[in-house]
Design a protein around this ligand. Structure first.
Ligand code: AQP
Length: 332
């Protein structure tokens, strides 16, 4: 059975993009793959975090993954910092990856903003740690949103460079698995910006724990344009906010964007937003309720994470030990 690895940072409230672009996809893949899902707290600290908030967010992400349909009995769910092999392999990969490769990473440029000299070194080497996350398990497939595609390609480059530097065929070249309809959910306030946990505006995103009133209010206030919905797909060009809301509708209802355009052709945003709210509330409501139940039962979530750490380490340890042997570290 092929093995998949993917992760989510405990860097804020889980949002609709995390669900549609990642968690739902994971839940769908669990029957066909051996699954390893990680709350990537080492990644979260590449930007400043409040320790207590991050501890809580780590449980919240685990709760979101379980509530979103990932079965902890058949998948491994754990938090990254508790498996030291991730950091150990990342250091080796820091000595395989080249500065020029990392200089091309667009996420660093976006997240560091104008103050690159003030960014943490960890933010720069984030994609190297991501390669270690995947390859510590020799995972072959990585389900992610479109924003992470460049990083997975870098993981392939690192795996290939390691193999060729040491003349081995040790690491597989992982493939990104991107869910077409929900690859990139955009902010409700700005159709050119990705929906994000860390966006300062609450109205930019729908959180997985939002109740019906919050969902309806956020959709009502979502930015639109003054025109009715288009008659065809081409009519969405140059209308990022309309395209985003239609994409969300299509993803939530498991339909194509084209069929949603056909259904709402020529209608105003008022009607469309009403239908979208209803759909979002009925789809996300039960997931949010289960998440809240789990967050009120931290022992249950901690038990899942503890069990996951044990299983994850059992896979990663021998792989990373072998990588260390290949590099030439003495084990006295
Ligand atoms: N807007 C999105 N559309 C589709 N997929 C998305 N993902 C995140 N946002 C969207 C996918 O969710 C997974 C976990 O992401 P992450 O938490 O590791 O970091 P991120 O991509 O940087 O997500 P956020 O919410 O934007 O977090 P912050 O604000 O902390 O940076 C990934 O598979 C990602 O593709």
């Amino acid at each position: 059975m092929k093995r998949i690895f993917s992760g989510i940072q405990p860097s804020g409230n889980l949002q609709l993009g995390n669900y549609l672009g990642a968690i739902r996809n994971w839940a769908r893949m669990q029957k066909d793959y051996e699954c390893i899902f990680c709350v990537v707290d080492l990644h979260a600290i590449t930007l400043p975090q409040d320790p207590e908030v991050m501890r809580q967010a780590t449980r919240e992400v685990a709760a979101g993954v379980i509530a979103g349909g990932v079965d902890p009995a058949s998948c491994i769910i754990f938090n990254q910092s508790q498996v030291p092999e991730h950091a150990e392999l990342a250091w080796i990969f820091n000595c395989v990856a080249r500065m020029g490769w990392l200089n091309r990473m667009t996420q660093f440029k976006e997240k560091a903003g104008k103050d690159r000299d003030g960014a943490f070194v960890g933010l720069y080497t984030y994609p190297v740690l991501q390669a270690a996350d995947i390859l510590a398990y020799k995972a072959t497939d990585v389900p992610v949103g479109e924003d992470q595609k460049q990083h997975i390609e870098l993981s392939r480059d690192i795996a290939q460079a390691f193999n060729s530097m040491f003349g081995v065929d040790f690491f597989p070249l992982p493939e990104p698995r991107i869910q077409a309809e929900a690859a990139r959910i955009m902010s409700l306030r700005d159709g050119s910006k990705k929906m994000s946990k860390s966006d300062p505006s609450e109205y930019s995103r729908i959180n997985m724990t939002d109740g019906p009133d919050e969902i309806a209010q956020k959709i009502r206030r979502a930015k639109t344009d003054p025109h009715p919905l288009p008659e065809s797909l081409e009519g969405l060009e140059g209308r990022p906010e309309a395209a985003n809301l239609i994409t969300i509708f299509a993803a939530l209802s498991d339909r194509t964007v084209e069929s949603v355009v056909t259904e709402f052709a020529g209608k105003g945003f008022g009607d469309f937003k009403g239908a979208l709210s209803e759909l979002a509330v009925s789809t996300l409501g039960p997931i949010g309720d289960e998440m809240k139940r789990l967050m009120a039962a931290p022992d249950e979530v901690d038990a899942v994470l503890r069990n996951g750490v044990e299983k994850a380490r059992a896979i990663a340890q021998p792989i990373v030990r072998e990588a260390q042997d290949i590099v030439g570290f003495l084990r006295p």
